[in-house]
Design a protein around this ligand. Structure first.
Ligand SMILES: Cc1cc2nc3c(=O)[nH]c(=O)nc-3n(C[C@H](O)[C@H](O)[C@H](O)COP(=O)(O)OP(=O)(O)OC[C@H]3O[C@@H](n4cnc5c(N)ncnc54)[C@H](O)[C@@H]3O)c2cc1C
Length: 692
């Protein structure tokens, strides 16, 4: 330690215009506080079977100078995109990603994406559009004749994109306007963009990179609209990289973040592709030119096709957790070092203040809740993908879809709120680019929109719950295991009174589940009543459904998502306790904080009758006390889960706690730090004008 301290002093002294900065022991001191945990056990528990491979990918990045956030700080959009391709090339071949490698383990590509997302979601997304969206679409919607496209994609002989969204439509996929008209004389499809709003828009990797695209278009056979189908088509010449005749490709321009992704637009003018371009697992055209589908009801066809495209949504949940982890690494380590005010001479680290603890610690608890549901999603993803092949309408499939949709929404909203708190928790220094929070906030921001707008997506969760309840009304048992707690008994619901009198009783796991299950049943009952009322004064069910969103159906779906997260968090803690009692004990407190936090957040609806004023006070006091206890151990916890400094890139989150030295070093390395501005003559001219 002495050696490191001396080195840090010498380095600082030799290269800086600033006075020497003594080694700051604040973070080391905070690290000694709180209960003991076993960091390795915790990280292994979090990463599960992926542990070794994620660490290997991390090491590839750590040892490769092409992964360097500070180099990239002043990069132009074009340079950033070039750098992302260099990074992908570097890691893809070191990681030996191939068709065989990914077939050997369905989660393997997600492990690479996970490691890359800790560095920058732009890099992870650039490759995930290709590896997950493009390849999974061919795999889910295509047949054996399309296997060659998949193999070429894994070998990077083709680089693919996912062409669904158009300028005019994103959420309402059924209304996409691009047409693919079948010409039986040549057994080809003629693709056209009939309107400006039918231009494919926002397509990641399309702007500059891809030579192939999965394309969603309206299939016309014998003049009849057969609905949206998917195709695999070439879009650029593989040698010259020119767009093919009949295809117009452009770049969507400057975005508010994610400079590293080349989002593009695409238009078609009588572009002909052969029959085999149709991904024809569900629908095909016979040799005598007749449309045929294994799903006879047209309205059901699109939904069934979409069911398999779930991998991207799991990646969004993961990104939310990863962004929270990086934000909290910066904010917590900074807060242990940063000092402001005291009642005596020695100032307090701001992490000692209950207000700062309340700002940050509940988000650390939510991070573990998201991680827990992610472990569940990862475990069930291959099972559900298999099930989709057998029966896309199986209950396991629709339940997975409902849970994932709710959790995608909840996780994306949690991460936005967490990152804003992290930025505020770091005060002005949090606004520096080198704190990394600004970059992450803008990159994370899209999580609530892409892969399906969260507010639209969770309506599908609400629909799923309603369908299950309808089954119950018709005398059948609810067949989704996650909804076994549903009891549509109004009388009993209204009589419910929480029993806890003090924090110990409140924080008991059974008591916490009883309360959150009550909340779920209560909001369900309210939603049913609201929908019934709205049905009476609306022109149709569509209007009634929309009138019941605010305060009801949206809340129902969110509560369900949070309930499932809580259920998985409880399992996560139990399994951890079996591996290491002391670490499990600390994580159990995070579980309790997450759960009590939900009760506190929803206290308005609890207080209708279920929780009295005294109990509400117990809930609030519990939150504050748990935040205090967990803040003491929070540096150890963040140490366990934080990626290495070179990967998270935040000067405020450096593991050695030398935040001021690191920030100064970075600022002094930036372009033109001590230079006169090139616009000095303009400044002087203005002064001259003022004088005369
Ligand atoms: C950076 C980036 C990358 C992307 N990459 C891809 C890609 O690679 N491939 C691809 O195909 N797409 C891509 N997309 C598109 C993305 O998936 C869509 O933007 C997303 O699905 C939302 O659709 P939208 O933009 O049409 O929003 P809209 O549906 O127009 O939503 C706008 C607002 O209307 C509200 N709204 C819509 N319908 C309802 C309703 N029924 N009830 C209440 N409110 C409603 C929404 O909640 C939202 O607030 C990308 C987008 C971005 C920004």
């Amino acid at each position: 330690m002495l050696g490191i301290k001396r080195l840090s002093l010498i380095n600082n002294h030799l290269s800086s215009q600033f006075p020497p900065i003594p080694y700051d022991e604040s973070l080391d001191n905070y690290r000694k506080r709180g209960e003991e945990i076993n960091k390795e056990v915790l990280l292994r528990h979090i990463f599960g079977d992926s542990y070794e491979r994620i660490i290997t990918f991390r090491n590839h990045m750590k040892n490769d100078p092409i992964f360097n956030h500070h180099d990239e700080a002043e990069f132009s959009r074009s340079k950033k995109r070039e750098r992302v391709v260099q990074q992908i090339a570097s890691i893809y071949f070191k990681a030996i990603i191939s068709y065989e490698y990914c077939k050997a383990g369905p989660l393997r590509k997600y492990e690479l994406l996970y490691a890359l997302c800790d560095y920058d979601i732009a890099v992870a997304t650039r490759i995930s559009i290709h590896l997950v969206l493009y390849i999974d679409a061919i795999e889910t919607l295509g047949t054996s004749k399309h296997l060659e496209h998949i193999k070429r994609a894994y070998s990077l002989l083709d680089y693919g994109c996912f062409g669904m969204t158009e300028l005019g439509h994103g959420s309402n996929v059924a209304k996409l306007e691009t047409t693919a008209t079948y010409d039986h004389s040549t057994r080809e499809f003629i693709i056209n963009s009939p309107t400006a709003t039918s231009a494919k828009w926002w397509i990641g990797g399309l702007g500059k990179t891809s030579n192939k695209s999965v394309l969603f278009a309206r299939l016309i056979v014998e003049g009849v609209d057969k609905g949206i189908n998917a195709f695999i088509i070439p879009i650029r010449d593989n040698q010259t990289h020119d767009s093919l005749p009949g295809v117009i490709i452009g770049d969507c321009g400057k975005k508010i973040g994610l400079d590293g992704i080349d989002n593009g637009f695409m238009l078609f003018k009588n572009y002909r592709v052969p029959y085999d371009s149709l991904l024809d697992k569900f629908s095909s055209i016979t040799n005598d030119g007749k449309f045929k589908s294994i799903i006879s009801v047209k309205e059901k066809r699109l939904g069934t096709m979409m069911v398999g495209l779930i991998g991207g949504r799991v990646a969004v949940v993961s990104a939310a957790e990863q962004h929270m982890k990086i934000g909290l690494t910066a904010a917590l380590r900074f807060s242990a070092v940063r000092k402001q005010f005291s009642s005596d001479e020695i100032e307090n680290p701001i992490l000692d203040y209950p207000l700062q603890r309340y700002k940050l610690i509940p988000h650390l608890a939510s991070l573990f809740a998201i991680r827990s549901i992610l472990l569940w999603c990862n475990k069930h993803l291959p099972i559900v993908q298999q099930k989709i092949n057998e029966n896309p309408e199986a209950i396991e499939v629709s339940e997975y879809h409902a849970i994932l949709s709710a959790c995608k929404g909840v996780a994306s909203w949690y991460s936005s709120s967490c990152l804003q708190q992290c930025r505020e928790a770091c005060g002005g220094l949090g606004y520096s680019y080198y704190a990394t929070l600004g970059r992450i906030i803008m990159n994370d921001n899209i999580g609530s929109t892409w892969e399906g707008d969260s507010g639209v997506l969770i309506q599908q969760t609400a629909k799923f719950i309603f369908k299950q309840v309808q089954r119950n009304f018709k005398g059948h048992a609810i067949d989704a295991p996650s909804l076994k707690c549903i009891k549509v008994d109004h009388e009993k619901l209204m009589q419910f009174k929480a029993k806890f009198e003090n924090s110990e009783q409140l924080e008991n796991e059974n008591s916490l589940f009883e309360l959150i299950e009550y909340r779920l049943n209560y909001i369900l009952y309210q939603s049913l009543m609201k929908l019934q009322e709205a049905t009476g004064n609306s022109k149709d069910m569509f209007e009634a459904w929309n009138k019941s969103q605010v305060f009801y159906l949206q809340e129902l779906a969110k509560t369900y998502g949070e309930y499932i997260m809580m259920r998985e968090f409880a399992k996560f803690v139990k399994e951890l306790e079996e591996k290491c009692e002391k670490t499990g004990k600390v994580l159990r407190k995070f579980f309790v904080l997450f759960s009590v936090g939900l009760i506190q957040k929803y206290s308005a609806s609890f207080q209708d009758s279920a929780i009295n004023a005294h109990q509400a006070k117990v809930v609030r006091e519990s939150v504050v006390r748990l935040c205090g206890e967990l803040a003491e151990v929070s540096i150890k916890v963040i140490d366990a889960i934080a990626p290495p400094d070179s990967i998270h890139g935040s000067v405020l989150g450096v593991a050695n706690g030398q935040i001021y030295a690191k920030l100064i070093e970075q600022v002094e390395k930036a372009e033109e730090v001590y230079d006169k501005p090139h616009w000095l003559p303009l400044l002087q001219k203005i002064k001259q004008i003022k004088k005369t």
